[in-house]
Each structure stands twice: as structure tokens, then as C-alpha cells.
Design a protein around this ligand. Structure first.
Ligand code: CO
Length: 142
């Protein structure tokens, strides 16, 4: 483990993901909350999820609705109901970061980086290793 600020592996929080039952209704609420418009909606078919993004100052919120009952978001909603789903950290080199975390004993939910919403490669870290919080690593696709 290193605490050398010159070698920070994880950068800023890229976005916070919130699981919702009804994306349209959630978009309407969050648009009012942040006094802004959703700037992008996107379906990630492989994940069975429909997403909407809002920008609030430097912060980004991702709203997630399940598109099929067996998707990870549907399972989360069944188990825990609506609410905060994950925190996403931006990384420069997702493969290197995945390897580092694996060596530290974290359980990664995917072995290879996979395409996520908003032009990102993503990997999720199991919430059991992060005190109940699902962590996402994301790297901008070039
Ligand atoms: Co996300």
C-alpha cells in the first residue's frame, strides 16, 4: 500500500449512481433538484439498464433503471429499494488498477474492463470488500 500523492491511482469521484424504479419520474425530480436538464440518456443493453446523466456544478449523477427483471439493477432494487447504488472513481489505467486491487485481495465483479455508459470502460468492486458500497472504476474510452 502506498500513500504517495504523486502516485494516486484513483482520481476524483467521476459520478454517483442512483437506482430508481422509474427513470422518467426520477429525471423530472432530479432536473428540478439541480435546476438543470438531463444531458444524456443511454441504454446499456448488456447490463439491462437505462441511464440518465445530470451535471450539477462539477458533480455528475447517474440515474439507473432496470430494463429487465434479471439485471443487476433490478436485483438491487428488489433487495434494497431505490437509493444510492454505486460510487464511481475515475482511473487513468483501468487494467493496472484492476490488477492492483486484485493483488490487494478485492473481489472484482468483472475480470475484464467492460463498456459502460457515457463512453467509459468500467469495472465494479464487490460491496462486501468496501463496507457495503459498490465501487465502480471507470476510464474514459479513447
Ligand atoms: Co456508474
Amino acid at each position: 500500500m502506498t500513500n504517495n500523492l504523486q502516485y494516486l491511482d484513483m482520481n476524483k469521484i467521476e459520478h454517483i449512481g442512483i437506482a430508481v424504479n422509474n427513470l422518467e419520474k426520477a429525471c423530472s425530480s432530479y432536473q428540478k433538484l439541480f435546476n438543470t436538464l438531463v444531458y444524456k440518456t443511454e441504454e446499456v443493453a448488456t447490463e439491462g439498464v437505462k441511464t440518465a446523466f445530470l451535471q450539477c456544478g462539477p458533480n455528475k449523477i447517474e440515474l439507473l433503471e432496470a430494463t429487465r427483471p434479471d439485471s443487476p439493477i433490478a436485483k438491487f432494487l428488489d433487495k434494497r429499494g431505490e437509493g444510492m447504488h454505486h460510487i464511481a472513481f475515475e482511473v487513468d489505467d483501468i487494467k493496472a488498477e484492476m490488477l492492483r486491487l486484485k493483488n490487494e485481495g478485492f473481489t472484482l465483479l468483472n475480470e475484464e474492463p467492460k463498456p459502460g455508459a457515457d463512453n467509459k470502460l468500467v469495472c465494479f468492486v464487490h460491496p462486501k470488500d468496501c463496507n457495503g458500497v459498490l465501487m465502480e472504476l471507470c476510464q474514459e474510452m479513447k
